[in-house]
Design a protein around this ligand. Structure first.
Ligand code: HEM
Ligand SMILES: *[C@@H]1O[C@H](CO)[C@@H](O)[C@H](O)[C@H]1NC(C)=O
Length: 311
């Protein structure tokens, strides 16, 4: 057989790269499940009316999904150990809300919509319903048949991370330092357990003393590991740019948060986001879409039940 021509090689290469980067599309379910967005929105509205924090929890669930094998709903699988990996166990919340949305979506459009896309839409609606921006979510992800505890442990950043570690963990996912700093603004909503910030409030020096004293009141040196504190001290149920203003006065809750404004490469951007909500919102949206593209084009299935692989 003759050696392949240059044209044949180029064609093979472009087909391969197409397979590896299938394009998501905001119109993906326009004809196969036209009410999808309304169904997700209604369930998210109800969940947030019950408990505003749920908007934050679903935003975080999406992040923790995307950083492990791509945005493939691997985190939702009960088997495989990803759910019980260090960064997720007793920490990630919102699985029941996804179950409810999936049940409603299956009733309207059986076997059509991936769990991974439901998570992406729920994260967008959680953000928006708490006062954040909205955007069109590119869709067409597929659900994995595997989960990974070890990748969850390796890829998800700990709250003790240095700036260098944060930049490198996001970099490995194809996200820039700017994306990382914008996405960290998600910590304007939600709550954290004492165990995740104890080291900072008793040990760090780049912390506002009155803020440290305040947090110590409900997070003792030992015990109370599960006691909650808001990550944004004034408006934890409102998606705004207060996360960055807090950093300016050394009131970041996690060591990793304060690393973004501690004399390093992200200081100028933190100042910019603290003074410009619109700049923050537009960078946040761009970074969410970029994060949502991790693993796009991965093979997989449309799970019937988000917790288990189809039999
Ligand atoms: C930059 C590195 C990051 C680190 C080190 C980090 C770490 C953490 C930790 C330790 C918690 C508290 C968990 C607990 O108490 O169980 C938390 C909560 C949260 N994180 Fe992050 N995170 C990071 C980035 C992100 C990103 C990129 C997003 C989303 C775009 C995000 C969204 C959230 C939200 C919304 C919560 C509150 C969840 C709730 O109240 O249920 N985080 N994060
Ligand atoms: C510490 O926080 C308080 C508010 O809690 C603020 O008024 C003060 O300016 C902060 N101090 C510093 C050094 O940023």
């Amino acid at each position: 057989m003759a050696a392949p021509t240059l044209m044949q090689c180029l064609l093979a290469i472009s087909l391969l790269s197409f397979a590896a980067h299938a394009q998501l599309s905001t119109m993906f379910y326009a004809s196969s499940c036209p009410n999808l967005q309304g169904i997700v929105r209604a369930a998210m509205t109800q969940a947030i009316n019950n408990e505003p924090r749920m908007g934050a929890s679903l935003l975080r669930l999406f992040f923790h999904d995307c950083f492990v094998q791509g945005c493939d709903a691997s985190i939702l699988l009960d088997a495989g150990g990803e759910k019980s990996a260090g960064p997720n166990a007793n920490s990630v919340r919102g699985y029941e809300v996804i179950d409810t949305i999936k049940k409603n979506v299956e009733a309207a459009c059986p076997g059509v919509v991936s769990c991974a896309d439901i998570v992406a839409l729920a994260a967008r609606d959680g953000t928006n319903l708490l006062g954040g921006p909205t955007w069109n979510v590119p869709l067409g992800r597929r659900d994995s048949t595997t989960a990974s505890a070890s990748l969850a442990n390796q890829n998800l950043p700990p709250p003790t991370a240095s700036l260098g570690t944060l930049i490198s963990l996001f970099g490995r996912q194809g996200l820039s330092a700017r994306d990382m700093t914008a996405l960290s603004g998600a910590h304007t909503i939600g709550q954290a357990r004492c165990t995740t910030f104890r080291g900072r409030i008793y040990g760090d020096t780049d912390i506002n003393a009155s803020f440290a004293a305040l947090r110590q009141q409900t997070c003792p040196r030992s015990g109370g590991d599960g006691n909650l504190a808001p990550m944004d001290l004034q408006t934890p149920a409102r998606f705004d740019n207060a996360y960055y203003t807090n950093l300016l006065s050394q009131r970041g809750l996690f060591h990793s948060d304060q690393e973004l404004f501690n004399g390093g490469s992200q200081d100028a951007l933190v100042r910019q986001y603290s003074s410009s909500p619109s700049q923050f919102n537009s960078d946040f949206v761009a970074a969410m879409i970029k994060m949502g593209n991790i693993g796009a084009g991965n093979a997989g299935q449309i799970r019937r039940n988000c917790r288990v692989v189809n039999s």
